[in-house]
Design a protein around this ligand. Sequence first.
Ligand code: 2PG
Length: 426
Amino acid sequence: MKLVYLVLDGVADKPEDGPTSLEVARKPALDGVASKSACGLVYTVGRGVAPESDAAVFSILGYDPHTEYTGRGPIEAVGAGLEIREGFEVAFRANFATVDPETRRIIDRRCGRNLSSEEARELARALDGVDLGVHDGYARVVATVGHRAVVVIGSRSRRLSDNVGNTDPAYEKRGYVSVAKPSFEPFVAEARPLDDSEEARRTADLVNAFTELSIRVLRGHPVNMARAREGKLPANAILLRDSGGRLPRLQRISEKYGLRFGAVAEMPVEIGIARILGMDMASVPPPSEDKAKDYADRLEATLKLLERNDVVYVHLKGPDEPGHDGDLKRKVEAIEAIDKYYLAPLLREIDPATTALLVTADHATPYTRKSHTDDPVPLALMAPGVTPDGVPRFTEKECSRGSLGVFEHGYEVLPRLLERLRRVYA
Ligand SMILES: O=C(O)[C@@H](CO)OP(=O)(O)O
């Protein structure tokens, strides 16, 4: 049996807000798959939870993020090739952002979403290894993709704790599962200890010292001088979120399902997840403007992994960013590009008699809300022995009528559907 598990990042919208991107997009390949599939909806982490990609992806891979999870920071660190010194280091997901340095008001959480990875690397180098002046502390800063980075707050001699709040106001830590806030005060938040331990207080002090230092160092940085000359927003602050002090201890996915898993992932967080779960990784360059080339690379990687694995998890970032930017046109274009340059050629390459296809999303990023929401996402399973529901198109509303019904948690999807496929392939 072979299965391609295609995850379209943030592709779902909020149907009650009006036409959704999936309804507007011209996507013959996706709609063709839906018409040959059993369909349904998934609350990827759970009803009422607007998840970040990390918890959502662990969940749709079959791991309940409320039982064993340790935050997005360590996952992004693995994706960036960083190790964490347990007990003395805490890893955060970070954003280069634009703030008013006097008031700490956030002008743009992503400094205009036009920071090149090279600019980010130069800015990170100015802060990587800095001494924080308290608690024998220091920071490591590694740029990843665009405005994204990993920051590790450490102490050479004092124990630290990951039980501290975010300085990024857009997401709220609820234990280790961070959720997107529908609205927030646009100011850099003070990191707070989330318990009364000395370790948590010490860590919060170090985070706040890092925030101040990053604003001082980035203010006059040549990259920002050049950006100002080009009329671009400065990357003059670093927002931290989703702290974690160690990696989650999870069963390797191949042992969990008794199947070999490959992964095609574009962003550090999904790369980190695939590594932690022991998947056979194909490395592909980060997304570029040339979608035809990007998706040809991702298709080639998928086919190569299919040769030596039973399941290939493919995570395509495309629709999420325009969702965050509130841009319906670009979100529709992102879906159409995946349909035309990835899915249509994939369907020409795989044998539907022996290779199943499961398509879904990690969460909704409605362009009408410009953030992740708790809306359920559509799901379609096309496989031999699976009777199609006659769903005409891959959209939120159409898939809600499917025979698979509603999965209350993403971690129910793979166990239930792999069991169904095993019966067919047995
Ligand atoms: O990294 C990203 O693409 C998004 C969501 O995961 O984060 P942010 O909203 O901070 O850009």
